[in-house]
Structure formats: C-alpha cells, structure tokens
Design a protein around this ligand. Structure first.
Ligand SMILES: Nc1ncnc2c1ncn2[C@@H]1O[C@H](COP(=O)(O)OP(=O)(O)OP(=O)(O)O)[C@@H](O)[C@H]1O
Ligand SMILES: [Mg+2]
Length: 236
C-alpha cells in the first residue's frame, strides 16, 4: 500500500490480487471488470496478467485501446517487478493463475489485498485449499495483508450458508457482502474484449461490480488510515 508508492503523485498505491487455485471461478472476469470500475473512478490502473493462459492479455488484444494498462507477467519471481511497476499506479490488479503454486505465492507477496473468488458451494472445503494455506502463511509474515472471499458465479438464489460465512470469518477470512451472479453478460463481454460497463443490458452486473469495487476500496482505505494512525503514534 502507501509504503510502496513513490512514482505516482496520488500517494496511494494499492495492489489487489484475484487468486484461487481452482480454475474457472471468475478471477479474470473480476480482475478486468474491477480494474475497469476503478479506472472509471478516475484512478490510474494497471492490470497484471499473472496467468500463462493469458486470459486478460487476450482480452486486451481484442481492443484498440484499454481503459487501463495491461501487462503480462506470468513468471515465478514476479513480485519485485510487479511492485516496482505498481508504484507508478494508483491501483494494480493481479489476475492470478490456477494451479501455479510459485506464481500465486509471488502474487500474494506483492499484494495489499487478496480476493478469493469462490463458487457458492465451494467454501465448504476452503480450509484445505492451497491458496488459503499460502495466504495464511503470508499473513504470518505480513499482518497488514488483507483478504476476503467473494461469492462468484452464483446461480439463482443459492446462498452461501450462514455457517460457512461464520466459519470463514472465524478463520480471519471475511466474505464480502457483494455476491457476483452467473450472468451471460460477463461471458459475452469477456469474449468480445469488452468490460461489463461497455456491454448493453448488463445492468445488474454493473451494479455488482461497482458494489464489489467499493467494498475493496473500503478495506484498503481503512487499512491505510489505521497504518497512518499507527505511524503517527509511533512518531509520538
Ligand atoms: N459471473 C459470471 N457469470 C457468467 N459467466 C462467468 C462469470 N464469471 C466467469 N464467467 C465465465 O466463466 C469462464 C471462466 O471465468 P474466468 O476466466 O473469469 O475464470 P478464472 O478463474 O480466471 O479461470 P482460470 O482459472 O482458467 O484463469 C469464462 O468463460 C467466463 O466468461
Ligand atoms: Mg483466469
């Protein structure tokens, strides 16, 4: 966060990763659309594609111009380079890979906030997941590292059980209030190189992405204020 800002005049510089070892949960979809939402709020945004499959890079290649910068950095020791680049931006979003243990650890190391998209039924076995274990390990070393599950690809009225929410909260992994529904607009926009904001008839999807982005901002800004307060207290 603020600590690794230097190149951008806005003083704030945050890195948010979307990670889950499980494939197809919406990491790329959320990365692209949250990046687009932050760019629409006037922020200078970088999207790092840390997946060799290159979903975000392919998406970007379908466009003449992107509303934010997109770079491909699917390599094992990407954390240092990611942070160096991130210092030039207000927000850096990392679209993480599935099943790439070392790269995903690098993504975590570079992050201020790790968001784990999960399908509504997918939280029951979360505690044994590699991504969660990596995250917990990283939090031992870096207590300011924030995280949260986001329910993704929710179909109809399936709800994440209250028990699961409580269990996750107990383990220090809160679940964001916003739930991303399964909507064809997300898939269509992605394959056409568009953001959800550029897709007609994506009304509720737009609202969901805006709500999620606001929740992410709240977590980061709250963290920044607290760090600032602690810093002041330390100075005396
Ligand atoms: N909320 C949604 N509604 C409808 N389709 C979705 C939604 N989220 C993702 N998809 C679709 O599901 C597929 C997988 O999504 P996406 O590529 O975002 O997942 P991922 O976690 O990045 O996958 P991978 O692990 O392979 O990188 C894509 O075809 C995408 O369009
Ligand atoms: Mg992906």
């Amino acid at each position: 966060m603020g600590s690794h800002s230097s190149g951008n005049p806005g003083l704030m510089s945050f890195v948010i990763s979307f990670l889950n070892q499980k494939g197809g949960v919406g990491k790329s979809t959320l990365s692209i659309n949250v990046a687009a939402c932050l760019a629409m709020l006037g922020q200078k945004v970088l999207l790092i594609d840390a997946d060799k499959q290159g979903t975000s890079s392919t998406w970007a290649s379908l466009r003449e111009e992107t509303p934010f910068q997109v770079v491909n950095m699917a390599r094992e020791n990407m954390a240092r380079d990611a942070l160096r680049l991130a210092a030039e931006f207000d927000f850096t979003i990392i679209d993480g890979p599935p099943q790439a243990e070392t790269i995903s650890r690098s993504c975590i190391v570079a992050s201020d906030l790790v968001v784990l998209p999960i399908e509504p039924g997918g939280a029951s076995r979360w505690s044994s997941d590699l991504t969660v274990r990596q995250l917990k390990e990283a939090q031992e070393l870096k207590q300011s590292l924030k995280c949260g599950f986001v329910v993704s690809r929710k179909i109809g009225s399936t709800v994440l059980g209250r028990d699961t929410r409580l269990m996750a909260a107990d383990a220090g992994i809160p679940v964001f209030d916003t739930e991303i529904e399964q909507r064809i607009a997300y898939a269509e926009a992605l394959t056409m190189g568009k953001t959800i904001f550029e897709w007609s008839g994506a009304g509720q999807a737009v609202i969901d992405i805006q709500n999620l982005s606001h929740e992410l901002l709240e977590v980061l800004i709250e963290q920044n204020i607290r760090t600032g307060t602690e810093a002041k207290a330390a100075i005396g």
